[in-house]
Design a protein around this ligand. Structure first.
Ligand code: FNR
Length: 183
């Protein structure tokens, strides 16, 4: 496919709704992009002393993001912010100072939660972080999803045609953002 998109899922849980969401998005990209999942569960806790001798998992993460055309963040909301595991992964990718893997990469955020506001506050916190990292982030449409029974069908797709259509529009806008940055 045309683009490689590095995907960060902000949950380590095996049956994570956000991981299911990331997988269900892949077909909507068609031939335009392949989603490559970035492992964040085995990363050490960022320590500024790493900057003299970076851990292998941190180097791996940075190489994976550098090789990608864009970054997609699919995250739950934990206590009205992003999970610590996701912040840790971002911190690792952003250092040593001046050697961030994120600068200039087009990005998009979305998330699903069991709560009614569907990760809105987590996404807002994340947007603040990504702005500092100098990432052009898709502004619209915003995607705040609330998980209910039947949200995903048993084929790993979306249970509702309206949801599929809405997310297709989101994916198309994200691809258009990447196209603009490649042009
Ligand atoms: C949550 N959850 C949650 N939901 C929400 O809408 N807003 C919130 O602030 C929080 N806070 C929160 C904190 C912690 C520590 C946990 C474990 C959970 C519930 C959350 O939406 C639910 O567990 C989702 O299933 C998490 O996403 P994954 O793991 O299914 O992707």
């Amino acid at each position: 496919s045309q683009y490689k998109i590095a995907v960060f899922v902000g949950s380590l849980r095996k049956h994570s709704f956000n991981r299911q969401l990331a997988h269900a998005l892949q077909p909507l990209f068609g031939r335009k992009a392949t989603l490559e999942h970035v492992e964040i569960g085995d990363l050490p806790l960022y320590d500024q002393d790493f900057d003299h001798d970076y851990p292998a998992q941190g180097k791996r993460l940075k190489e994976q993001v550098r090789a990608a055309d864009a970054v997609l963040f699919v995250t739950p909301e934990y206590n009205r912010s992003i999970p610590g595991v996701l912040k840790n992964a971002i911190d690792l990718g952003s250092r040593p100072y001046g050697d961030s893997c994120f600068a200039g990469k087009p990005a998009a955020v979305l998330g699903i939660s069991i709560g009614a506001i569907g990760t809105a506050l987590a996404q807002q916190h994340l947007r603040n972080v990504l702005a500092y990292l100098d990432m052009p982030v898709l502004g619209q449409p915003e995607v705040f999803l609330q998980h209910k029974d039947g949200f995903f069908d048993n084929q790993g797709g979306f249970g509702d045609a309206g949801t599929t259509k809405f997310l297709q529009g989101y994916v198309d806008r994200f691809v258009a953002l990447i196209d603009r940055h490649k042009a």
